[in-house]
Unconditional design. Structure first.
Length: 278
């Protein structure tokens, strides 16, 4: 398994910081959005778009591209920022988040936004979509891979587990799911709403290869993606332990910022903490 250089790690950390600054500004300017879950997902998304995924921003419909499905569609500000930084559309377009006529709406729309593979946001559906894409690739004997990020709250959904059972049945080793395990959902901690533990054992019982990592540690993130690519005969799930609101002190672990935009004072503080200009 390849070692990852400090230069690569530093580059990914820099890209993640850019994404965090973009998404805070976007949500502030829009006056609405979901900063908490976007920030927790940022490091994994940065690793995917700036190292793991085989994609071509100049040809988003390239048949042999890897696919990424953001099942927790409300975290799309982080995804949009990554797509813009990767070159799928102009960075300036990020300022149109949630505006009428914009390609960047509050939940991703595959009909409008370059690089978006699936319109998501309805709880629990993204993994099923990813399985369809992965199964089609396997039947067509294509070599591209499929990655699906699901939120903590989505593990409450029966459809997630039906999908997990199907992926194992079809031995979809071209599929990798990532659980953004920030321990929170809309109304509070997952353990108070619907306890998910033992989460790893549940995925194992459904026939998946399970990897547990620190979702903010790029060495662990990259090692997990390398391992997932080497697994044969079954799908892989990466349970990424993350912190909701990661990177902004007053948003970290704060359920109130699940779906609330920062006010002007909060925005300025957040941008200062992220090393940017308000």
């Amino acid at each position: 398994m390849p070692k990852h250089s400090q230069e690569l790690i530093a580059r990914l950390e820099d890209e993640a910081l850019k994404i965090r600054r973009h998404l805070i500004r976007m949500i502030y300017q829009a006056g609405s959005g979901h900063p908490g879950g976007s920030l927790s997902a940022t490091d994994v998304i940065a690793a995917l778009y700036f190292h793991v995924l085989n994609v071509d921003p100049k040809n988003p419909s390239w048949e042999d591209r890897d696919r990424f499905v953001l099942s927790k569609g409300h975290a799309c500000p982080a995804w949009y920022a990554a797509l813009a930084e990767r070159g799928f559309f102009p960075i300036e377009e990020l300022d149109t988040l949630r505006k009428i006529g914009s390609r960047l709406q509050g939940h991703p729309d595959m009909r409008k936004t370059p690089g978006v593979e699936a319109s998501t946001g309805s709880e629990g559906q993204g993994l099923s979509v990813g399985i369809g894409i992965a199964l089609a690739a396997m039947l067509d004997r294509r070599s591209h891979r499929v990655y699906v990020m699901v939120g903590d709250g989505e593990n409450d959904c029966g459809q997630t587990w039906e999908a997990a059972m199907a992926a194992s049945f079809y031995k979809l080793d071209n599929l990798c799911a990532i659980v953004d395990r920030n321990l929170m959902q809309l109304d509070g901690p997952t353990k108070h709403i619907m306890s998910l533990e033992p989460l790893a054992d549940k995925w194992k019982a459904f026939g998946w290869k399970v990897l547990e990592i620190d979702g903010h540690n790029f060495k662990e993130i990259l090692k997990a993606f390398d391992k997932a690519e080497s697994v044969k005969g079954k799908p892989t799930v990466i349970i990424a332990r993350t912190l909701k609101g990661k990177g902004v002190s007053f948003m970290e672990g704060a359920v109130g910022f699940h779906g609330k935009a920062p006010n002007e004072e909060e925005y300025e503080q957040a941008m200062i903490e992220l090393g940017g200009e308000p």
